[in-house]
Design a protein around this ligand. Sequence first.
Ligand SMILES: C[S@@+](CC[C@H](N)C(=O)[O-])C[C@H]1O[C@@H](n2cnc3c(N)ncnc32)[C@H](O)[C@@H]1O
Length: 561
Amino acid sequence: MNRAGQGRTGANRGQERRTESGHDFVSRRNTQSSQSNRGGRRRTEDTSRRNAKGHERNRKKSHERDFSAAAPSARVREADAARLVAFEVMQAVATEDSYANLVMPKSIRAHRLDHRDAGFATELTYGTLRNQGYYDSIIKHCVDRPLEKIDQKILTALRLGAHQLVAMRVPSHAALNQTVGLARGVIGAGPASFINAVLRRVSERSAEEWRELIESEATDDLQKMALTKSHPVWVVRAFRQALAVHGHSPQEIDELLDADNLAPIVNLVELPGLGSLDEARDKGATDGELVAGSALYSSGDLGRLESVREGTVRAQDVGSQLVARALAEAPLEGSDKKWLDLCAGPGGKAALLGALGAQRGAQLVANEASAHRAKLVSASLRPLPQGSYTVVTGDGRAIEKTVAQSKNLPAGMEENPRFDRVMVDVPCSGLGALRRRPEARWRKTPRDIADLLPLQKELFDAAASVTRSGGLIAYVTCSPHMAETQNIVNDILRDGAVELLDSGAAVRQVALSDESGTSVLSGEKDPSFAPNDKHPEQTTAQLWPHVHGTDAMFFALFRKK
Ligand SMILES: C[S@@+](CC[C@H](N)C(=O)[O-])C[C@H]1O[C@@H](n2cnc3c(N)ncnc32)[C@H](O)[C@@H]1O
């Protein structure tokens, strides 16, 4: 006789587990569907329940739900692996200052998540990190104490639960039971019942009702935007100012913040002369629309591409590709054999620069202050021809000394090196890469930016001091914050050692062209801005996630006098 549950296949069992755990999800917040969802009341009008295929059936109203009706013996007592990964990564970010994008792949591997569960864990982690400020505003309504008084692990579980309830199409019972199960497994029974009570309160309002409530609490438009788009107020203010300064309407701030809250598609670059995107194309990659040699890849694990494993094809934001190419291709009179990347770690731009240089017989010195990151630069440059590059470790402000003491410079560079092209991609706030490093917005403060400014200027000065007369220097930051961009440029120009070139033209020139031969970065997509009426040809260039689909990369190209 067949007893219930007997005779199920492994596949059946997997399917069942997924349905219980709610891993058949669709992200709701910050997507087209979330916007169209706004009009609908999830709780009060929607009385159906989703099955594994996403069809809604017999969904009960919130007060009819039986979240805790399960007998104690049937309650989830353990974390499912995907939520455990999300919890671990969130904790590492909160307590160890870790970067989610570095911890996530390791945790996914350690817990052996399959492709689908890895997707769930990634969406859960990144979505929660992006919208953390918004979820905290919601959680504040559901607890009886300030959030600072809540243990970090409990807060992490609450944020994860809030994201599932408010923004993912995880059935509410699964979001609640599984998150409480996670808490029971990794925090303890007492905290789990607190989390259960708080998340039940979260689930009593629809996503739309929460949005209306949180918006109604804002004291002005800026705060409203900061609350609902989940960015700190000071960041919203800085972005709005940067948009205006770069010739955009401050109204675009809405689109910019939305773009920051969307996961970027992975961009690939083939190292010129060394790699080919053909393998990636065979696996579904499509050619990039902004720059040659790039492709968009959304077919999962990059490690399955041999070209990626060998390092000749790499994941790299298109903004980074554009600025590296813009420096490499900008017109230069005279010698063009010695190139320098002053702040090279982990080596993304250095690899592209080095490959472009090697095609023209130029040699690259890649410097990095941190020994650990210098190793990453060496790994990144390994596919380049031997003798075409050297990695050195030292404070960029002492580059002259570092180069003079280096034992393994490319031949011909030993004595009094003066460089022809120099990249200064300064350490910065990273506010331009919030799509990829969602936690940075909560971690950085205006004070951090103020602390970086002297270093940024000093690194540029050191770069200029080892550039030959007539040589080119690119000042690059992955931030649109005025203090790190335009203000530094003004400081640099005040010293008079360099002149600003048409940086926008340099970027436009390396972008793809349409059928009529016009750069795709013209018109509304032109990244350049002329700050000076007397010299309109002297421009800086700012890329934007909502306009170009890139990181908010800033580029200013100078010529040494
Ligand atoms: C924005 S990242 C560079 C990114 C790199 N260009 C790439 O595309 O992969 C800045 C780098 O500067 C390094 N750095 C920080 N302080 C430095 C200093 N005083 N001298 C040289 N490099 C420094 C950081 O360790 C970091 O690796």
